[in-house]
Design a protein around this ligand. Structure first.
Ligand code: PMP
Length: 408
């Protein structure tokens, strides 16, 4: 079991006041997580003792920087059980991973008559790059719908997923509903029609043990900043034969083997996809984040979030006029998305902020999802390894204040 009091001491920001005299209650980890001292210190130590460019210099600092940066890649690969570190490409974030696959694999493999299958609950990062490549190639984008309670509606899957489908890309965990989707079932169904599968794991990898080989997905994307790591670093995992066959994404230093005035040849994986000086400190920071999460144990982190989510959904459901969106706690990750009768979610977020509570209000980069619900915005409280039931109690008490202010 997670020792939450101890965990909280690992996060310096949790001791910072939101406003003078008002403690911070951070319930916005799904947007971006806070960073433990171990991550902050790993990046700090890198700049203090090891800073140099990687893969280039024949001097001690450069070698140390390269070892730290590539060592982090290996530990990140192990964290998601990737067969090798060469299949773990550093990107800026999950968004860049989707754009990379759409621009390289997509342009090389899609054409008129081909279909890309997504779901209606996707984050814009897993919609827009495919719409762009569909426009460029003549392929068509289709969507698996979701039900009113925020589950994927798979009743019509046989009609949506056909031999015309070249790619299925879907989120393992919805950033709005929190729904944990049936990854294995969808991967198997897509492979049965010969489609390639990309999984959006931006809300999964931070919160549960993820094993890419057990999922058997072809590509997977996630972001460092949602899993206790820094911004500016994300991961694209891919199956080796696909990555090898793909053309590079950006051109420049590091991604080449040989350049002549007439043309160039490409470096080996993973560097073929990593042009220019990379985010070195950020890669090292993400390595420290996976060490931190592994040390605590992803199963214990998940169990803690399940406990908090059950508690939160039960408490929130007792507030008159409050509607919770998404499936029951047992089917979702640590997210409580809600609306309050007659109160705009931005007003809720503003009033909660005065109480020191940070939540997110808006469309959460999922406009099609909100459009289908007939909403322009929702309020979302999201939980992580440091969230306590006392913080949930404060959220509930503060929502009562919102109701008083609006005389509900
Ligand atoms: N997918 C999901 C499900 C997300 O929640 C997010 C971040 N909100 C992303 C993709 C994009 O992540 P990033 O902005 O770090 O690229």
């Amino acid at each position: 079991m997670l020792d939450v009091d101890k965990v909280r001491k690992d996060f310096p920001i949790l001791a910072v006041e939101a406003h003078p005299g008002v403690p911070l209650v951070y319930l916005d980890s799904a947007a971006s997580s806070q960073k433990p001292t171990a991550v902050i210190e790993a990046m700090n130590a890198y700049y203090r003792t090891t800073n140099a460019n990687v893969h280039r210099g024949i001097h001690r600092l450069s070698e140390d920087a390269t070892n730290a940066y590539e060592g982090a890649r290996q530990r990140i690969a192990d964290f998601v059980n990737a067969p090798s570190a060469e299949q773990v490409i550093y990107t800026r974030n999950a968004t860049e991973a989707f754009n990379l696959v759409a621009a390289t694999w997509g342009r090389a493999n899609l054409g008129p008559g081909d279909e890309i299958l997504l779901t209606e609950m996707e984050h814009h990062a897993n919609i827009v790059p495919w719409q762009m490549v569909a426009q460029q190639t003549g392929a068509m984008v289709r969507y698996i719908p979701f039900t009113e309670d925020g589950r994927l509606d798979l009743t019509d899957l046989d009609n949506l997923l056909t031999e015309r489908t070249k790619l299925l890309s879907f989120t393992a965990v919805s950033n709005v509903f929190g729904t944990i989707n049936p990854v294995n079932q969808l991967v198997r169904a897509a492979h049965a029609v010969g489609a390639v599968v990309m999984v959006d794991a931006a809300q999964a990898v931070p919160h549960m043990a993820v094993d890419v080989q057990a999922w058997d997905c072809d590509f997977m994307a996630f972001s460092g900043h949602k899993m206790c790591g820094p911004t500016g670093i994300g991961i694209l995992y891919g199956k080796r034969e696909l990555l090898e066959a793909m053309p590079p994404y950006m051109g420049g230093g590091d991604m080449i083997r040989r350049v002549t005035l007439e043309g160039s040849t490409w470096n080996d994986l993973p560097w073929k996809f990593e042009a220019g000086t990379p985010s070195i400190a950020e890669g090292i920071g993400l390595g420290a984040a996976v060490d931190y999460l592994s040390h605590l144990g992803m199963d214990d982190i998940h169990a803690h979030e399940q406990h908090i989510t059950h508690y939160a959904l039960e408490s929130l459901s007792e507030i008159p006029g409050l509607k919770l969106w998404g499936p029951p706690a047992s089917e979702k990750a640590g997210v409580a998305t809600f609306t309050l009768e007659k109160v705009h979610p931005h007003d809720i977020a503003e009033i909660l902020d005065k109480e020191g509570i940070a939540i997110r209000a808006g469309h959460h980069c999922a406009m099609p999802l909100h459009h289908k619900l007939g909403l322009s915005a929702t309020a979302r409280a999201s939980f992580y390894l440091h969230t306590t039931t006392a913080e949930v109690d404060k959220l509930v008490a503060s929502l009562d204040k919102v109701r008083q202010i609006f005389r509900l």
